[in-house]
Design a protein around this ligand. Structure first.
Ligand SMILES: NC(=O)c1ccc[n+]([C@@H]2O[C@H](COP(=O)([O-])OP(=O)(O)OC[C@H]3O[C@@H](n4cnc5c(N)ncnc54)[C@H](O)[C@@H]3O)[C@@H](O)[C@H]2O)c1
Ligand SMILES: [Zn+2]
Ligand SMILES: [Zn+2]
Length: 424
């Protein structure tokens, strides 16, 4: 079968790989009917999240049909349609039982202190082969797979597998209450769902910061007040638009591949920090393999933390869902401490939220598929990776399908139910 395989920094290939096998009685084999490319995959290819093992199948988003179950998988039948949670939890350790599935004691083969276990990640996360392929072994399947009602389509469910859930998790950690003012840094797919979730939770105002026009457009259609950091200083603008107070809650949906402003008023400050940012990139990602413009890392890993901490209201909350690797030690702790900020962060505890989000989609309250802008067959995944990594106009979220590509309904943002949606 075909799979997208990590061979090195800047080197992913479409390989023929062996079919997966049941290894534990708690495993299932799922035939994938949809997968996707996440911003996290880009960090692995750019080298800004080091530690990948050659030969690992990439991808941690999946929807499919159960083909085989191990003897201890008692809630799934062969033929069931399921969404696969990106992070893997056993369901019985104290962390899983408290909802911290991303800190499961048993799912990571490297032991309880090795960190989050997820599909298609670095060596320290398993490694467990990923989902950008035709079939996959799903550990702890009775917990990691969640059955889908017929009315929830693959296009909707693939977004619940990781990014809607992560956006919701980010908004949940940000402590959003009705009326609060929120700023979301990053209008990629995860940021779009952080915006949607903040609105669902009753945020009074949601600001969205990015510099890619098509991504800012989608945020604006959702109802966010948009700020292009290549045209305005985001901190000064956030302060000005909130009467000098700043937002109550900030969500970092960018992660390690953050950029500083390259034009506009914020570029001047960035020039003064150029050396500092270069040092950060050097320490975080010692092994790069940029090929021209392709696979270049972000140029300012601490930029979003800095902006968020400066912009937040005193005693505000910063929620970090953007991914940073273990090699990153650059957080402006002093500025955060002296404003009495609350910091919350982490890998998403997908299984905690997935059933609730399925219900929300089933009810028709949200159509996450409105964020999908591209559908590509897995066999075209390498070109899709490049277009998504380059933030090409209109490339916001790419679904990978085993069949022929066909465009979904016009993308408008996840809160608006599309006319063609099967959800009423
Ligand atoms: N915590 C989790 O469990 C989890 C799960 C999924 C994804 N993620 C992470 O979420 C992040 C976003 O994922 P994505 O798929 O949306 O990625 P993406 O790369 O498509 O989007 C990132 C966006 O940030 C913007 N950006 C860059 N620098 C910025 C800055 N200084 N200020 C504001 N915006 C800036 C980019 O223009 C881009 O639109 C990634 O770091 C990814 O690894 C985390
Ligand atoms: Zn992801
Ligand atoms: Zn567990």
């Amino acid at each position: 079968m075909k799979a997208v395989v990590w061979h090195g920094v800047g080197d992913i290939r479409l390989d023929d790989v062996p079919e997966p096998q049941i290894q534990e009685p708690t495993d299932a084999i799922v035939r994938l009917t949809a997968s996707a490319i996440c911003g996290t995959d880009l960090h692995f290819v750019r080298g800004t999240f080091p530690g990948m093992q050659e030969g690992t199948i990439l991808g941690h988003e999946g929807v499919g049909v159960v083909e085989q179950v191990g003897a201890d998988v008692r809630n799934l039948n062969v033929g069931d349609r399921v969404v696969i949670c990106s992070t893997i939890g056993c369901g019985y350790c104290s962390y899983c039982r408290a909802g911290y599935y991303a800190q499961c004691d048993n799912a990571n083969p490297n032991g309880p202190d090795a960190g989050t276990a997820f599909f298609g990640g670095p060596k320290a996360t398993g490694p467990i082969n990923g989902l950008q392929t035709e079939r996959a072994r799903i550990p702890f399947a009775s917990v990691t797979c969640v059955k889908l009602p017929d009315v929830v389509s693959d296009d909707q469910a693939i977004l619940i597998s990781d990014i809607f859930t992560t956006g919701y998790f980010g908004a949940d950690m940000a402590g959003i209450k009705p009326g609060k003012t929120v700023v979301v840094f990053g209008c990629g797919p995860v940021g779009q769902f952080a915006i949607a979730s903040a609105l669902i939770m009753g945020a009074g105002r949601v600001f969205a910061v990015d510099r890619v026009p098509s991504r800012l457009d989608m945020a604006r259609i959702q109802g966010a007040e948009v700020i292009n950091f290549d045209q305005e200083d985001p901190v000064a603008t956030l302060k000005r638009l909130t009467g000098g107070v700043g937002p109550d809650c900030a969500i970092d949906a960018v992660g390690v591949d953050a950029y500083h402003a390259s034009s506009g008023p914020a570029a001047q400050q960035a020039q003064q920090q150029a050396e500092q940012f270069q040092q950060e990139v050097k320490q975080i990602a010692p092994d790069l393999n940029a090929q021209g413009e392709q696979w270049t890392p972000g140029d300012a890993p601490s930029q979003v933390s800095e902006w968020a901490i400066q912009a937040l209201a005193k005693a505000g909350t910063l929620s970090i869902i953007g991914v940073y690797p273990m090699t990153d030690t650059f957080f402006p702790i002093g500025a955060a401490m002296n404003k009495n900020l609350t910091l919350r962060m982490g890998n998403c505890n997908h299984r905690k939220y997935v059933p609730m989000l399925i219900d929300m989609v089933q009810s028709g309250a949200v159509n996450p598929a409105n964020i999908l802008t591209q559908m590509e067959p897995v066999t075209a995944a390498l070109d899709a990776y490049k277009a998504f990594a380059d933030h090409q106009p209109g490339w916001i979220k790419v679904e990978l399908t085993p069949s022929d590509p066909s465009m979904p309904a016009e993308p408008t943002g996840p809160r608006e139910v599309s006319r063609d949606s099967s959800v009423g």
